[in-house]
Design a protein around this ligand. Sequence first.
Ligand SMILES: C[S@@+](CC[C@H](N)C(=O)[O-])C[C@H]1O[C@@H](n2cnc3c(N)ncnc32)[C@H](O)[C@@H]1O
Length: 244
Amino acid sequence: MNTKTHANSCEKYRELFTKEYLMGPNSIRLLDELLTKYPLPEGGRVMDLGCGKGITSLFLAKEAKVIVFATDLWISATENAKRFEQWGVADRIIPIHADANSLPYAQEYFDAVVSIDAYHYFGAKKGVFEDKILPYIKKDGVLVIAVPGLKEELTEKQEEELLDWFEGNRDDLDTFHSLGWWLELFQGNDDYEVVTACNPDCFSEAWQDWFNSGHKYGIKDQKYFDRGLGEYLSFIGLVIRRKR
Ligand SMILES: C[S@@+](CC[C@H](N)C(=O)[O-])C[C@H]1O[C@@H](n2cnc3c(N)ncnc32)[C@H](O)[C@@H]1O
């Protein structure tokens, strides 16, 4: 497989940075930054897990030049198929409606599983990666994730503020963690190893795109950031390679 250098290509997709397509902080910026650090082999087979409305799938198909299985739970495959037709990439992106907890794929099928701003909803628990995701990745294939998280684990006051942001939902609170916490989650297993770990730099720009989109949740999130939430939030970026 040939690896290639990924050129920073985010700006080409600016017309998608709207409330129609964004579902949170700008996932294209996050993906672009991760692929710059860890380019994927051209022509590979990639699962975009929790692809939402498919903008990261589009970016993967066009910029990384891979075949994408755009997999999501809340957004239907039919809705995404229409978008992929409109974008002229229906031959390279296959829309799939599925739950990350019971994926419908052949084992050891993917060169990469990419998950941007989605993995924390289902994967912030011991055993999920090993049991539910890893089986579908080939040897030497990778999991590439970016999730919102914390600079450090929360103080009591910060926990209260975050809980207020999440409208009292403790399950949501349990998905936000520091890079150290995530590294521990992926430690101590002979089958895989962490090859890249970072707090992506695009934090402010990615959130600002979301606020500017005019989405009602973006407007709400900006109010919390204005009160200081952004001071202790961060993004977590990880690449994990299957060793055998
Ligand atoms: C905040 S949205 C982000 C969507 C997209 N990655 C993006 O950034 O534009 C989170 C996505 O995770 C997906 N998701 C949450 N839980 C999931 C699960 N168990 N299996 C598959 N997808 C899931 C949702 O369907 C949703 O589209």
